[in-house]
Design a protein around this ligand. Structure first.
Ligand code: FES
Length: 79
């Protein structure tokens, strides 16, 4: 387990342990990732992590070589 610094949209930064799930990490940062199925199939929860799209409900914060990750909410949350 490693500490990873996460840069959130809106400018806040939190530090979490790798392996934390993304929804919990976002909640700690005061952000709500939109969710639907919570099972990995609908895509409502997609976020971009260092430019890679992940489904937050089924993914955890990865260990980052640089120790930091930048998160963007997926470009069109209102499909
Ligand atoms: S909430 Fe449906 S894929 Fe994550």
């Amino acid at each position: 387990m490693k500490q990873v610094q996460i840069h959130w949209p809106g400018g806040s930064t939190t530090t979490v342990t790798s392996g934390t799930d993304w929804l919990a990490a976002a909640r700690d940062a005061g952000l709500a990732i939109p969710t639907g199925c919570l099972g990995g199939s609908c895509g409502a929860c997609e976020i971009d992590v260092n430019g890679t799209t992940v489904r937050a409900c089924i993914a955890t914060v990865p260990a980052s070589r640089s120790g930091t990750l930048s998160v963007e909410l997926a470009s069109d949350p209102y499909w």
